[in-house]
Design a protein around this ligand. Structure first.
Ligand code: 0X9
Ligand code: ZN
Length: 305
């Protein structure tokens, strides 16, 4: 059986995606949305009760930063929980009856593979460019939202390199195009990072809460409450630029500007004892918290369609 209690290599995750889809055909369908720089297929898993009409959807992505291993582990855990609790857990059942959750288990697959093969602390993609021997760009700085104006670097050797131009990274372009094509059905976005303990929302590229202010904040507070119930009041929430740090070119700000009403970025993890090297045996509590938060936000979205 697939071991969710440890981290899994990309090869294992890729095989897991197909086997989950083929063993749960009534709940999961897959679609390839692009190819990474190194040629790996980017596959999304659409989880939800089948319907003859297009259902509204929530987009959940993990692993935009290569070394944040707990993030892809959470996406896998979410899919497992969805499949196992659909029909018994009331919240999950109502969510999957009314909406689809579109899961991108690993956004930055090349980077993730590289953290397994060469450098555990790698963050960026693995793209190459002429004029520099440094490799990769930060995919969460490469979206077209105040691109490279703050909290990002134009130095290709930096860990927060914004790339040669917005959506230059093929993975970013693939996700961008998928979202543009499906924006009418995608009602909310959830992105999982490691390792602050926050639920944050746009904007990150300037100091302003995105509209509609009050509702976005309230839902974020409720979600952070779910995380806080597992981790204590350390869990904070708020608009990104002031709550954590300003950083332009993010997936969240870009999708928000495009018209995505709800976009929450979760940072889950411990309080820094293990940092990025959080052992697989420690991943369960942060997942539990994130699951509570995901369900909280989904329930709000379902109730406000
Ligand atoms: O800096 C980031 O991209 C995220 N933090 S991390 O330590 N996991 O790298 C925060 C992303 C918040 N969103 C934006 N800055 N747009
Ligand atoms: Zn991150």
């Amino acid at each position: 059986a697939y071991n969710y209690m440890k981290y899994n290599s990309w090869d294992k995750i890729e095989a897991w995606i197909s086997s989950m889809a083929s063993s749960n055909p009534s709940l999961i369908s897959t679609q390839v949305i692009g190819t990474t720089f190194e040629g790996r297929a980017m596959t999304v898993m659409k989880i939800g009760k089948q319907s003859s009409s297009t259902k509204p959807a929530i987009f959940l992505d993990c692993g935009i930063h290569a070394r944040e291993w707990i993030s892809p582990a959470f996406c896998q855990w979410f899919v497992k929980e969805a499949v196992e609790t659909y029909g018994s857990d009331a919240q999950m059942t109502s969510l999957l009856d009314q909406m689809d959750v579109i899961v991108l288990p690993v956004f930055n697959i090349d980077g993730y593979a590289y953290t397994w093969s060469n450098n555990r602390m790698w963050r960026k993609t693995r793209s190459r460019r002429s004029g520099s021997s440094c490799i990769g760009a930060d995919p969460n700085r490469n979206f077209d939202a105040g691109w490279c104006t703050t909290g990002a670097s134009s130095n290709p050797c930096s860990d927060t390199y914004c790339g040669s131009k917005p959506e230059f990274e093929v993975e970013v372009k693939a996700v961008g195009e998928y979202i543009r094509r499906n924006l009418f059905t995608i009602k909310a976005f959830l992105t999982v990072h490691f390792y602050f303990q926050v639920v944050v929302f746009p904007y990150f590229y300037f100091f302003q809460v995105g509209a509609p202010h009050r509702e976005v904040v309230q839902v974020g507070e409720g979600a952070a409450g779910g995380l806080g119930s597992l981790f204590g009041p350390r869990y904070t929430r708020g608009p990104g630029g002031t709550t954590i740090f300003p950083a332009a070119g993010g997936f969240d700000d870009w999708a928000f500007d495009l018209g995505g009403k709800y976009f929450y970025t979760f940072e889950v993890g411990d309080t820094g004892r293990f940092g990025f090297l959080l052992p697989g045996s420690q991943i369960k509590p942060p997942w539990g918290g994130a699951m509570v938060a995901v369900k909280y936000i989904s329930a709000h979205v379902v109730g406000n369609l």
